[in-house]
Ligand binder design. Structure first.
Ligand code: ADP
Ligand code: MG
Length: 660
């Protein structure tokens, strides 16, 4: 028997200082964990204002609050292990209303630092304080002091050199503390926070009334929009940035469950997936999610630092986040449209996605922070009317009578060679002579739009064209880009990317509405698949039919297409179906159906639309822009690339030295 196993052969209870150090290793692995525990204690005590001061990478921290305080006779108990005022029986663990519940944090911190705890309750004339030096308690002393609690930690981990070695650089630990404080502030908008480093005020977040307001203050420059929705019993409040504001990593996706900041890969994926088709490779969204579920449906006690939770129904949590956010993104609130339209749209999209399940997003609102302070709606309406006065209009009464049919396949294409630029001279002419705002307006009201938009237009009696159809088309460059202008800028639109988005949105809309137009094939088209592929596709045959895509199983590895969506080419489908089949075989059907259909639509769209290098007539270009107005997300192609690039005239003027 080895020396080691001999020495371990006798079982004995560990001395309490060793137990405390073991616990400290789990609960306060890093200084930022300690800061979190201290601030959460202050919040649990009902504080309205909390000041945190930290230094030396968090080896010195002071937290001051104006909460309930700790009675003098409980001061020592507060530092004892498994002593808590927050729960009394095991059942309480499933109905927590506080952050703390284990009574472990202060004891653990006290074991590895010099800790001074000072506190005063409302019923006490004076404050009292106690000093603990690496677990050894001193006497309780009376002292002057405000209502509430101040806790000072110094020399963290001095008595555990092994742990000191594991700390990152001072700057690294400071950054982690800062991130933790930001998260705590976002989760508790009703509490004022002040953060000091090296003696000066570093951050100050006054009490906020709305969560999105606090999130905006904490995250800084990024403009955030907010939305809420429920799925089954999960309720999500989400503050999110537009797909134009992105981050290089997923750290700006913050998830809170029951007010706790958690690292949850699945909910993070729910956020990223909601932005599908809006971000480029390597781009990550900026979003804050606050999820609430019934207390019994989530276990918050699965991790020493409580930074992870376990859901009874993780799919419901995923859907609450994913669908609520997606519905809000589909209204593209950053386009500054009138808030009512956006809300109607959000509710509509949400209700379509639920298939009559208990998705409560009818209460869902996508509103920008600016509009909640009454700024944007009125301001943008005003901006618009000025634009209308100054913008040269081009009557589009030259659209063919059949132009309601917006499919490109049916429109004749110019077979002009690449170097020809037809109609350039005519457009300049038209621009001057056809300046007839009224004629233009009446024409715009006939612009093909979805039923929702049409209804709202009639209601308001206004005929404001969308941002895309308002553009005046000037020509086509490089047989790839539509050149257009607004009153204040030149706009270049990537014709392929734009058409792709439109085709994609049409397919998705058809699928969500379950009423696609189909085009039956006289001779069914056979598609060869990998093993099990046919069965995989047949498992979602009902969903595919909603797209206008009817398939039959031919054999184990092949299917036959009986009909396809009306605007889609046969060729584009084969590859898309093969990809879809192998993905389902690989990853299973599961809940990611929406994503799969979305990918299928993106692939079909990509292969069915006008290419770069194809000459377009002015009619076709205008039709494309009009179609883009039907879909708020038109400024992104389904692969996240931008669809258009702007050149403000102000920039041109600067470049030409007209203004300095
Ligand atoms: P827990 O938070 O899990 O109860 P802690 O070790 O963090 O355990 O705190 C122990 C107890 O000390 C708490 O239950 C609470 O009664 C008291 N306490 C700690 N910090 C504060 C504070 N800032 N204000 C009032 N009471 C506090
Ligand atoms: Mg605590």
């Amino acid at each position: 028997m080895s020396e080691l196993s001999k020495s371990h052969s006798k079982i004995q209870q560990l001395p309490s200082d060793v137990v405390d150090q073991i616990a400290a290793g789990e609960v306060v692995e890093r200084p930022s964990h300690m800061v979190k525990e201290l601030v959460e204690n202050a919040i649990d005590a009902g504080s309205t204002s909390i000041e945190v001061e930290y230094d030396q990478g968090g080896r010195r921290v002071r937290v001051t609050d104006d909460g309930s305080g700790i009675p003098q006779d409980s001061l020592k108990l507060a530092l004892a292990r498994h002593a808590t005022s927050k729960i009394t029986i095991a059942d309480d663990l499933w109905n927590l209303s506080s952050f703390g519940f284990r009574g472990e944090a202060l004891a653990s911190i006290a074991a590895v630092s010099r800790l001074t705890l000072q506190s005063r309750t409302a019923t006490s004339e004076t404050a009292s304080k106690v000093l603990s030096e690496f677990g050894k308690l001193g006497p309780i002393e009376a002292t002057g002091g405000n209502l509430g609690t101040t806790i000072l930690i110094e020399e963290l981990f001095t008595n555990v050199p092994a742990r000191l070695k594991f700390l990152k650089s001072e700057a690294g630990e400071n950054a982690q503390i800062k991130a933790t404080l930001k998260a705590l502030a976002i989760a508790n908008e009703g509490v004022e926070f002040r953060v000091r480093t090296k003696g000066r005020v570093d951050e100050s977040w006054p009490k906020a009334n709305f969560f999105v307001e606090r999130a905006q203050a904490v995250l800084g420059a990024t403009k955030l929009y907010s939305t809420s929705g429920s799925y089954e019993d999960c309720h999500a409040d989400i503050a999110f940035a537009s797909p134009h504001d992105v981050a290089g990593n997923a750290r700006q996706i913050m998830i809170f469950v029951q007010g706790r900041w958690v690292q949850d890969k699945s909910l993070q994926a729910a956020v990223i997936d909601a932005y599908r088709g809006l971000l480029m490779h390597g781009e990550y969204p900026i979003a804050v999610v606050r999820l609430r579920v019934p207390p019994g449906d989530v276990d918050v006690n699965i991790h020493p630092t409580k930074s992870a939770v376990k859901f009874r129904d993780s799919q419901a949590a995923f859907r609450a986040v994913n669908r609520t956010l997606r519905a809000a993104l589909e209204t593209a609130p950053w386009l500054n449209r009138d808030a009512i339209g956006a809300n109607e749209m959000a509710a509509k999209v949400a209700s379509r996605m639920t298939n009559a399940r208990s998705y409560g997003a009818s209460s869902s609102t996508a509103s920008s922070l600016a509009s909640s302070d009454g700024l944007s709606a009125a301001a943008s309406a005003k901006k618009l009317s000025i634009a209308e006065l100054t913008r040269p209009y081009q009557a589009s009464n030259d659209s063919a009578p059949g132009s309601q049919d917006l499919s490109f396949e049916n429109a004749p294409l110019h077979s002009t060679a690449r170097f020809e630029a037809p109609e350039f001279s005519t457009v300049q002419f038209k621009q001057k002579t056809d300046y007839r705002p009224d004629a233009d307006r009446s024409n715009q009201s006939e612009v093909a739009r979805g039923p929702t938009n049409k209804a709202s237009i009639e209601e308001s009696g206004e005929t404001s064209a969308g941002p895309w159809s308002r553009l005046q088309v000037l020509g086509q460059a490089h047989l790839t880009y539509i050149i257009a202008q607004d009153h204040d800028r030149l706009v270049l639109v990537d014709q392929h990317a734009a058409h792709e988005r439109v085709a994609y949105e049409k397919l998705m809309k058809a699928w969500l509405g379950g009423q696609a137009e189909m085009q039956p094939l006289l001779i069914p088209q056979t598609v060869e698949l990998e093993p099990d592929g046919a069965e995989a596709l047949m498992s979602i045959a009902d969903e595919l039919e909603k797209l206008g895509l009817q398939i039959d199983q031919n054999g184990p590895n092949s299917i036959a297409i009986r009909s396809l969506p009306v605007t889609i080419k046969e060729k584009s489908l084969i590859k898309a179906l093969q990809e879809l089949a192998s993905e389902i075989v690989e990853k299973g059907g599961g809940f990611a159906l929406e994503k799969k259909i979305s990918d299928l639509c993106a692939t079909m769209a990509c292969h069915s639309v006008v290419r770069a290098g194809q000459a377009l007539s002015f009619d076709q270009m205008r039709t494309l822009l009009k179609q883009m107005d039907e879909f708020p997300l038109s400024s992104f192609c389904p692969h996240g690339r931008p669809v258009s690039v702007d050149y403000p005239f102000a920039k041109l003027e600067r470049d030409f030295g007209r203004i300095v």
